[in-house]
Design a protein around this ligand. Structure first.
Ligand code: UD1
Ligand code: CA
Length: 460
């Protein structure tokens, strides 16, 4: 394995994003931009990685976590200036250094491997990874001699009209010999339109010193495309979303209309699960085998076991067992745990509640802070009144309970095993085992009451 250390540039203002957050923490299919670059570097075998942070450094540091060492660039004076900040941290290291921009989300391991391998085998002082995008505008152009040797990199803003016609661009990913890199950096001047210390200028400095500079051209026209604007962010989202879907379909997941399915990177989905249109599966969600998800389902950070069916539902931080049916129009919130063979039906909301095996909550119900046993039937319109305006209270419903329709269970309250709750009851006290809890006004019928009423209304 080729040994190298890496520097990722992530201190910039990201002005073109027009965001109050640093550019590199914006996510693509649930993964922050900078994680794409760190993933590629790790896969290619970087021994150690430094991330240069500056603008909103703390947010970037938090996203990087323990994956790399962050180094501060207090003022953002350009990409060359950013690399200079790592000099102290690299003290004592001699060897190859890969530099990459923190927004290089199309950088992949094979291109990095080719770059490092070529750099080592040619014993170059610097090797530039270039690519040929559909439209080169906005990028630094790779100017070559008639012989094909690289001459320099010219930022677009500094290009003459003729130079602007060059199609090959700098991807902002390079491999350097450490001492040659820092020698050249110490000679940089900010003599350009933007008044910045351009990392790209070290290429010309090295060539003028007679050092060997190589170029490796990526076959992927996207390689150089960093993310500068929200339009490019959306384009990356589209490209990666389609990659994720393709990977899942090839692994045995059916998607009836893939274009309408949105799945994040960290989602896993088992074989023979069918995703129906307009479904969004996000975060660290796992879906088992033989499930039917959709249409119109959103699942986030949840675990769905096998053979379950979710239709028109929103599921957030919930656990759903085997053979469960959810929906249509159900909302499973944080802390919902549904045991196997349960049913959560139409217009049901569940929060911080456990529903035991074979229990059914089929219609218009709210369960909050409830523990429901096995083989329970909860009638339409049942509400756990869990909140007194200040505190949340638990409701316990034991096994084999039958709750009649339109009951209010005022928590804290416990409904004993095998008991019944009469429809329309407002239950404020515990109900013992096998009892009938009834708490509603007694019915009386007033004979002929309506006769007078009909007379009053006659002629209308
Ligand atoms: C850069 C390259 C350009 C290349 C393009 C590819 C330079 C001068 N230009 O241009 O040749 O075609 O990438 O996407 O290098 N950064 C810092 N500190 C700074 C300035 C920038 O850390 O002071 C970081 C940014 O956060 C970003 C990266 O460096 O992650 C690249 O900066 P950006 O402004 O996006 O450079 P481009 O203009 O796109
Ligand atoms: Ca860029």
């Amino acid at each position: 394995m080729s040994r190298f250390q890496a520097v990722v540039l992530a201190a910039g203002l990201g002005t073109r994003m027009r965001s109050k957050f640093p550019k590199v923490i914006h996510e693509i299919c649930g993964k922050p931009m900078i994680a794409f670059v760190l993933d590629a570097l790790e896969a290619a075998g970087a021994e150690r990685t430094f991330v240069v942070v500056g603008h909103l450094a703390d947010l970037v540091k938090e996203t990087v976590g323990t994956r790399a060492t962050c180094v501060l660039q207090a003022e953002q004076k350009g990409t060359g200036h950013a690399v200079m900040q790592v000099e102290d941290a690299l003290l004592g290291y001699e060897g190859h250094i890969v530099v990459a921009a923190g927004d290089a989300v199309y950088l992949k391991e094979p291109d990095l491997n080719r770059l490092v391998k070529h750099h080592m085998s040619t014993k170059a002082s610097a090797t530039v990874l270039s690519s040929i995008p559909k439209d080169p505008s906005g990028y630094g152009r790779v100017a070559r001699e008639a012989s094909g040797k690289i001459r320099r990199i010219i930022e677009e803003k500094d290009c003459s009209p003729k130079e602007a016609l060059i199609k090959e661009v700098n991807s902002s990913v390079y491999c350097f010999e450490k001492h040659h890199l820092f020698d050249a950096l110490s000679r940089l001047t900010p003599n350009n339109i933007q008044g910045e210390y351009y990392l790209t200028d070290v290429i010309e400095i090295m060539i003028n010193e007679g050092l060997r500079v190589e170029v490796v051209t990526s076959e992927n026209p996207l390689t150089a495309q960093g993310i500068n604007t929200r339009v490019q962010l959306a384009e990356a989202e589209r490209i990666y979303r389609s990659e994720i879907r393709e990977r899942l379909m090839l692994s045995g997941v059916t998607m009836v209309d893939p274009e309408t399915v949105f799945v994040d990177f960290d989602v896993t989905i088992g074989k023979d699960t069918k995703i129906l249109p307009f479904s969004i599966i996000q975060g660290r969600t796992t879906v088992g085998e033989d499930c039917i998800i959709g249409p119109f389902v959103r699942i986030c950070n949840s675990k769905i076991s096998n053979r379950s069916s979710l239709n028109n539902a929103v599921v957030i931080e919930a656990k759903v067992g085997d053979n469960v049916y959810v929906g249509p129009y159900a909302y499973l919130r944080k802390g919902t745990v549904l045991a196997e063979s349960t049913k959560i039906g139409t217009f049901v909301e569940v929060k911080e509640s456990i529903v035991g095996k074979n229990s059914k909550v089929p219609h218009q119900t709210y369960l909050g802070d409830a523990t429901v046993g096995e083989d329970v039937n909860i009638g339409a319109g049942t509400i756990t009144c869990n909140y007194d305006g200040y505190y949340k209270h638990p409701t316990i419903i034991r096994d084999k309970v039958f709750i009649g329709s339109n009951a209010n269970l005022v928590a804290p309250v416990e409904i004993g095993k095998g008991s019944y709750i009469a429809a329309g009851s407002t239950i404020t006290e515990d109900v013992p085992e096998n009892a009938l809890g009834v708490a509603r006004g007694k019915q009386r019928n007033i004979r002929d009451w309506a006769v007078k009423q009909h007379k009053k209304g006659a002629g209308k």
